[in-house]
Write a protein that binds this ligand. Structure first.
Ligand code: ADP
Ligand code: MG
Length: 695
């Protein structure tokens, strides 16, 4: 491999390239735009575009594209070549400032939740200079926001940028109160840990469910799953290691700070964690990471599955969203320091997050609501659908002491002694790990673990940024007018603890007792997307988003529709796939094997004196399963047809949740029971054992 330092960022029009290739004044204007998040000065656009083009052509690029994130969940590109004809029949390679700043893709072909009718299809993409342009597949990619002709956001990036502004504005008010007048900007920092599965491509190709749905719709567990805990952090298989090496290199070229790669809990499951960065870039990079995972896997004869629940019976995949706030001068709001009990900025931020999360449990849950993630949340492997915060005992007792006015001994920085002399003593972390908590304080950041593996991280961060901005604005209003700053901070901490104590839970989030306890505490338990989504339209939510300029009422309404439509479509495709698999493969296989058993039975009886109980029993069992599968599959088919008549988006989603999903689960039970007795040699699909262990 080339030297990492040389390849890192080699396909990015980043700071060093800009400095080298742009005139000094242009560079300075662009740099301050990026640093302070200000609007772009369009007078520099032509110069920047030209420099980008020259650089890209030297790197072998022939095309450019505005790279954006419509609400399809993936990124979109529309490639244009740089060529422009000359009068003498030749060509020039051109790229203008106008082309850099603005694009006009047809908006009607992307989800808009009714915002865009096909006859008014115009949409705009607009350059986001805060995320660097890069080269991918011989194409110069310009990160852009995507909106309608009337300015409504049709993408993930626009609300994210708006929410960054909202929290910057309020966090600046807070940090100024602490006397840090030199701070110009407060950024949200995020490190998303990405989980995924790998599966052999030839096996994948034999599974229509994986091909069409990204997850298996049937499949019985092999004798071994993940119960031995021997995969997590285990030694990498050579093929997987080769894949990860190449993935890292590809990501480094794109400036993605890929850092940690390891095996996850389930067989064939892995994780990649980057070093954290500003949320806008982290979100773009996470999209690129998912894309590169898929592409790179193919080169190794593998397929990368990003679905939240590819296999029943082993863990699903998620993303951990590590979130914090940091000033352009390097202050992390959530760094406890040596004496957290005296660190007022830390304590204030901590209670701001606590208040925000308790007030807006619904928004966090909504931000991770998808058909895929519903299979994961609330199962005994992922955070529960109930939102709660893990602080750890030390921090909780600091806050309780302030709330109750008692004294707290400084127990920070205790040395850890693991009892082996040769190992140097190291400092204990302020908090232990609690893997079962959906929202955990982990040292100098909060980690939200509810995100699905396939979704963009934008939604969650839009919610987090806005709700914390809202609480900050409330705190700033009070503190700016307070007679004594310190007394007021203490008062706020006390009030938050008194009002929001219920959201703090350090125990086992997977336990049944917690579900009961949470209910007693009045916490929400939104089990599915259809339970969660309607709450987004609550008046107080709309007011908050409008107050901070993140979403308009129209945008919220359209988003709810888009998410629900997406939910319905996904389950619809799954249902059709399952119907196909049952009718064309499973029922015929069960039938022909039963036929064979019948022949054996008859032969045995003909000879006489040979025991044929086994055949008889198998025939009964299989024909019963076959009958159930056949009947239920018909019912499923009728249900998908009946759904066409439901016009209301929400009603339709509920129908898919209550009726269609339920039927699919029932069919699966019978198909899986049949798989256990039909010979592997004639079962039409690769088994879980092969899919999970043949890498
Ligand atoms: P674990 O698996 O224990 O959660 P990892 O090291 O895999 O830990 O992931 C931690 C993630 O948190 C990394 O992406 C890291 O860069 C990120 N992180 C660390 N500090 C911050 C911070 N201040 N803000 C946001 N993310 C952070
Ligand atoms: Mg983590």
């Amino acid at each position: 491999m080339d030297k990492v330092i040389e390849i890192f960022g080699s396909n990015v029009f980043g700071d060093a390239v800009m400095k080298e290739r742009l005139p000094e004044d242009t560079y300075n204007i662009l740099k301050s735009t990026i640093k302070e998040g200000k609007g772009i000065d369009s007078s520099i656009a032509d110069t920047v575009a030209n420099a980008m083009k020259e650089w890209a052509i030297e790197k072998g690029a022939t095309h450019y594209t505005h790279w954006f994130q419509p609400l399809t969940g993936i990124t979109a590109e529309k490639h244009d070549s740089f060529i422009s004809p000359t009068e003498d029949g030749g060509i020039l390679m051109e790229f203008s400032g106008k082309e850099l700043i603005k694009g006009e893709p047809d908006a009607s072909s992307f989800p808009s939740g009714g915002l865009r009718a096909t006859f008014e299809a115009r949409g705009y993409t607009a350059w986001d200079p805060s995320s660097y342009a890069f080269i991918k597949d011989e194409t110069l990619c310009i990160p852009t926001a995507f909106c309608s002709y009337t300015g409504e956001a049709l993408d993930q990036k626009t609300p994210l940028l708006r929410s960054m502004e909202a929290i910057n504005k309020q966090a600046l008010r807070i940090i100024k109160l602490f006397g840090h007048d030199d701070v110009k900007r407060v950024n949200v920092t995020v490190g998303p840990e990405q989980e995924y599965f790998l599966v052999d491509k030839t096996l994948y190709d034999k599974r229509p469910d994986l091909i069409y749905c990204g997850r298996t719709l049937i499949g019985s567990m092999p004798p071994k799953g993940q119960e031995m805990d021997d995969h997590y952090f285990g030694v990498l298989k050579p093929r997987v290691a080769a894949f990860m090496r190449e993935l890292d290199a590809e990501l480094w070229k794109l400036g993605v700070l890929a850092k940690t790669e390891h095996n996850e809990a389930a067989p064939a499951q892995h994780e990649l964690a980057p070093v954290f960065t500003t949320i806008n870039i982290a979100a773009d990079h996470n999209q690129l990471t998912m894309e590169m995972m898929k592409k790179t896997a193919l080169k190794h004869g593998l397929v990368c599955l990003l679905h939240e629940k590819p296999y029943d019976g082993v863990n699903g995949s998620g993303k951990h969203n590590n979130w914090s706030l940091s000033t352009d001068t390097g202050i992390n709001f959530l760094k406890p320091g040596k004496k957290p009990e005296e660190n007022l900025l830390f304590l204030l931020t901590l209670v701001a997050v606590i208040r925000a999360v308790d007030l807006h449990q619904d928004l966090l849950r909504i931000s991770v609501a998808t058909a895929g993630n519903d299979h994961r949340l609330g199962a005994n492997e992922a955070p529960p659908a109930i939102i709660s915060i893990f602080l750890g005992e030390d921090l909780e007792s600091i806050l309780e002491d302030i709330a109750c006015g008692t004294h707290h001994d400084n127990i920070k920085g205790a040395k850890m002694n693991i009892g082996a002399e040769i190992i140097p003593a190291f400092k204990k972390d302020n908090t232990d790990r609690n893997r079962t908590s959906p929202f955990a304080f982990t040292g100098n950041k909060f980690e939200f673990r509810g995100l699905g593996s396939a979704a963009s991280i934008s939604d969650t961060n839009v919610m987090l940024n806005t709700m914390v901005a809202d609480v900050f604005s409330e705190f700033a209003d009070r503190l700016e007018n307070a007679a004594s700053f310190e007394d007021e901070v203490n008062c706020i901490v006390k009030e938050v603890m008194d009002t929001h104590r219920r959201i703090i839970f350090n125990g086992d989030g997977y336990s049944k007792e917690w579900e009961k306890e949470a209910e007693k505490r009045g916490l929400l338990n939104l089990k599915s997307t259809v339970d969660a989504l309607p709450l987004l339209k609550n008046e107080e939510n709309i007011k908050m988003f409008e107050k901070h300029g993140v979403f308009s009422r129209t945008e919220i309404n359209s988003r709810v529709d888009i998410i629900l439509e997406n939910y319905t479509k996904i389950i619809h495709i799954e249902a059709l796939t399952l119907i196909d698999m049952m009718n064309k493969e499973i029922v015929p296989v069960i039938s022909s094997y039963t036929d064979k058993l019948c022949a054996t039975l008859l032969n045995k009886n003909k000879i006489g004196g040979i025991n044929s109980e086994v055949e008889r029993e198998l025939i009964y069992r299989l024909s019963a399963a076959e009958k159930e599968i056949f009947t239920l599959t018909n019912e499923l088919k009728m249900a998908t047809a009946a759904s066409e008549k439901i016009n209301d988006v929400y009603e339709k989603a509920v129908f898919y949740h209550d009726k269609v999903l339920k039927l699919m689960e029932d069919i699966r039970k019978y198909a899986d029971s049949a798989e256990c007795v039909v010979p592997a040699s004639i079962w039409p699909y690769p088994s879980y054992g092969e899919l999970l262990f043949n890498i």
